[in-house]
Unconditional design. Sequence first.
Length: 305
Amino acid sequence: MSTSLPHSRTGQNRALTLLDRLEREPRADNLIDAISSGVRSLPLGRGRDVLHGRWLGHPVHPVMVQVPIGSWTSAAVLDLLPGRSREAGLLIGIGLAAAGPAALTGAVDWAELHHEQQRVGLVHALANTAAVGLYSASLVCRVRGRTAAGRALGFLGLTVAGAGGMLGGHLAYRQAAGANHAEDVPHVVGEGWHRVGDVADFPAGRPVRRVVDDVPVVVVREAGGTVHALAERCSHLSGPLSEGTVTDGCVECPWHGSVFRLSDGWNVRGPATAPQPAFDTRIVDGHVEVSLRPPEPEAHQAHDR
């Protein structure tokens, strides 16, 4: 036992070392920038937020990939049984039909990530593209009666898709792509009111950064005197909202353009799929105080744009 454990850890470290190197490898950045620009320029309109999953409250891509992965896995099980190649081929076709929409949702999310995440995401996409090619060839072989070749290509496609899924897991869980980066705020900020400065410290219409219990907060005072406060780090990828622009009662993240309503933190435009934690505010003896507000999803949806 004492000798096997270090070998296991070495294997894990090698895999992580390769992925860490991939995250830091800049040679494909020009290609990544070109593809990202192309994806962002697609005339999707409001459909872009639908593809991001703003309506769902988290990215929709992980939901979409269940159909091709489930179909292909089921096809592999049928290929282990005699005389079921036709049914397996049907499942492969369903998976191929679902792969396109799943890839589109992933591409829209990928285009709004950091370079380190995009580097892993690019290889993830290449692996999945290779899997689609292998499954397409498998389906062609089955149609032409080359069942053995179709099965072999199907098993190879599932292996490549599995590798792509591993990279997707690294992207989601190790690199936190798609995670709510403001989720910790209610667990860190203490109850009650917290003084964040004098009223004069907050010029009208300009976002100002303050810190409450080690949590950055962006404070905006309107021209009429109303004061708003939100968690300062964008829920999408922790962009600094205090460096963003304030327009029409909203603040826009300077990194990827997510827009949040100042009155309640609701994300009125993606790529952010989660709202910003909002604070109640009051002015006491010329000082601005804030208190973390409990979320009110029904009220958010009722006033959403």
